[in-house]
Design a binder for this molecule. Structure first.
Ligand SMILES: Nc1ncnc2c1ncn2[C@@H]1O[C@H](COP(=O)(O)OP(=O)(O)OP(=O)(O)O)[C@@H](O)[C@H]1O
Length: 599
């Protein structure tokens, strides 16, 4: 039965414990690995015990076979009785294999799944804490690979470290111990020939590994190309380039086939050569032990015993060597996960002032901001005052710094100079989570997830009544759409809201903001042109949303901000003009010029 305890040691949550373990053992992957399993060593111990019993027929059978042959050849009087006892012993051991295998798998899996889940939980928690700047700079594909592939590699490493190596050591140890107890000469023979046999086999495996890697890389390239091809299908179709795409893919598929063929040939060649070499060593062992038996230095039956143990030892030594790349990969993955768990770019809210209520008055006083990877300030002494409940539209050329201002208002970035206050409080001194409870963001590109319209609108809000939801749907001009759908508000929107139009997605984003009943709204207007009906529906939804709430809106179409209380023209990271629509038009300055160009 699956019952996994996901608590870390010392009463900590597993996520916190894992992050602490990484910090404490930074730079020592093996110590980190040991730390992650703290509290679970007993499971590995039990797994090893079960494994030992499960595997016992492998080393008991050669002893029994040798004994039977010895007794038969010598003509022992108790031969029959002993054979029955040996048979019973073997049957018991074989029968034990099934429960022992269950026990082994159970304890091994409970331990490794604990570590695997704990690492993924720790990564997920950390990703939620890391700053937006971190996420902007880090490719999401890399993070996904850390959560899925690297954690899997750590799981494999754990199994290899804690179980395979123990098992190998145990097998070799038993084979050598039995050999030493029976014949010192054969033991010395093993010591001299095993490394040569194992190394010869490993060197063949290495050549094969190279071909394998070439094939794998070609497969990865193919899968990347297939992904790209599928994503490009609408563009390809629109430009009638289907044939070219098919030809391009055919070339790639042929390259895979060629690499695959070369791998097959090499694999079979080296497989047979490796096998032949191994057999030669076995024959050497057989002749050597046969010669010893002829000289009565060992018994006849012992020949089969040594033969089996020699095979076991050579196989185990070469498995041990084959583990090296897996271990190296696992260690690399422990480090790769550490890059995220040890990252320090997190938002710190602890001990800062919590805001119970937000009125929505903002002031930028000589605010400067510079991205850490940039050589110059993007905001250069911005001064701006926004009163409670006002709508302020930010306009300006592309790259002027409008989105940067919105990110400061959300608290994604902090000023690098000057002061930004919310209701008179310095933004750097407040608990941003408490502030953001009163904030809603409508981004330029609506971000929907695969779920129903209801799920997307009520995201993160509990106990939303149907009545409340209906009001919001109406205010966001979604009622007609929702009523026309077979499942109404419970209709699934597909991945990223793929079954909806751009305008419909935007209105769902607006409804999501409305349902939070926020005091502050940050709205980055979509740049894509919409037809006039869609535009009107959105404008109405926006004015329902922004009524009596402090709103920062980045407007790309100047016609849409006629009703804004104030307009700030941003240029070179400063506010260069400020006033109402009519005031700025009368001024005949930057805003007037922009308006003239757009009209
Ligand atoms: N993460 C970043 N790292 C470094 N520089 C950045 C980053 N984000 C934006 N910038 C730079 O900051 C400047 C202002 O960008 P911002 O996105 O605020 O402009 P914007 O006025 O919103 O432009 P647009 O209207 O095109 O969206 C630009 O020069 C941009 O290249």
């Amino acid at each position: 039965m699956f019952k996994i305890n996901m608590k870390g040691p010392r009463g900590k949550s597993v996520e916190d414990w894992f992050i602490e373990c990484y910090k404490k053992n930074e730079g020592h992957p093996m110590k980190i690995l040991l730390g992650l399993y703290r509290g679970n060593y007993n499971k590995f111990f039990l797994a090893v015990v079960f494994f030992f019993i499960k595997h016992s027929p492998v080393w008991v059978l050669p002893i029994i076979t040798a004994n039977i042959i010895n007794e038969v050849t010598v003509g022992d009087a108790n031969c029959w009785r002993n054979m029955i006892i040996y048979g019973i012993i073997m049957i018991v051991l074989i029968a034990l294999n099934i429960p022992m295998n269950y026990g082994y798998t159970r304890y091994k899996s409970l331990a490794t799944r604990y570590c695997e889940t704990g690492l993924r939980k720790a990564l997920v928690q950390k990703l939620q804490q890391l700053s937006i700047a971190y996420h902007t700079e880090t490719q999401s594909g890399r993070l996904q690979s850390k959560i899925m592939r690297d954690v899997e590699a750590v799981e494999t490493l754990s199994t290899q470290m804690f179980l395979s190596i123990l098992n190998i050591a145990l097998n070799i140890g038993i084979a050598l111990a039995v050999t030493i107890s029976k014949s010192m000469v054969v033991f010395i023979f093993f010591l001299l020939t095993t490394p040569i046999a194992a190394l010869t086999m490993v060197s063949f495996r290495n050549v094969m590994k190279k071909r394998n890697t070439e094939f794998r890389k070609e497969m990865e390239e193919t899968s990347a190309r297939v992904m790209e091809m599928v994503e490009l299908i609408p563009v390809t179709r629109a430009h009638a380039l289907e044939e070219e795409e098919v030809n391009k893919m055919s070339g790639q598929l042929l390259a895979v086939a060629e690499k695959g063929y070369r791998l097959d040939v090499i694999q079979s060649l080296f497989g047979s050569v490796g096998w032949a070499i191994f057999q030669v060593f076995q024959i050497i062992c057989l002749i050597f032990t046969g010669w010893l038996a002829l000289g009565h230095k060992i018994q006849v039956g012992d020949i089969t015993l040594y033969q089996s143990y020699f095979t076991t030892i050579v196989n185990q030594v070469s498995s041990l060597m084959a583990l090296i790349p897996t271990i190296a990969k696992g260690v690399e993955s422990v480090n790769s996960i550490g890059e995220v768990l040890l990252a320090d770019d997190v938002e710190r809210n602890e001990g800062k002032k919590e805001l119970e209520k937000v009125e929505g008055a903002f002031e930028f006083r000589d605010v400067h901001f510079r991205y850490h990877n940039s050589g110059h300030d993007v905001l250069n002494g911005l001064n701006l005052k926004v009163n409670k409940g006002e709508t302020i539209a930010l306009v300006g050329e592309s790259g002027a710094g409008k989105s940067t201002i919105l990110n400061l208002v959300i608290g994604f970035n902090m000023p690098t100079g000057g002061l930004l206050t919310i209701d008179g409080e310095d933004i750097t001194q407040i608990d941003l989570r408490s502030y953001r409870k009163h904030l809603a963001v409508v981004p330029q590109t609506s971000i929907l997830f695969s779920g129903s319209i209801r799920d997307n609108i009520t995201y993160g809000q509990e106990n939303v009544s149907d009545e409340m939801l209906r009001q919001v749907i109406e205010a966001a001009n979604l009622a007609e759409l929702v009523d026309s759908l077979p499942d109404g508000v419970d209709t699934a929107v597909g991945e990223h809201g793929g079954t909806l139009s751009g305008g419909q997605r935007q209105r769902i984003s607006i409804a999501r903001a409305l349902i939070r009943n926020p005091q502050v709204i940050v709205l980055d207007e979509a740049t894509s042109a919409l037809d006039s009906i869609s535009e009107k529906l959105i404008q109405e939804a926006i004015s329902n949303l922004t009524r009596e709430r402090t709103t920062f809106i980045v407007a790309h179409r100047l016609s849409t901000i006629r009703d804004a209380d104030k307009i700030a023209v941003i240029a070179d990271g400063r506010c260069v003009e400020y006033g109402t629509f009519d005031e700025l038009m009368a001024l005949k300055g930057e805003f007037y010029k922009m308006k003239m160009i757009q009209s």
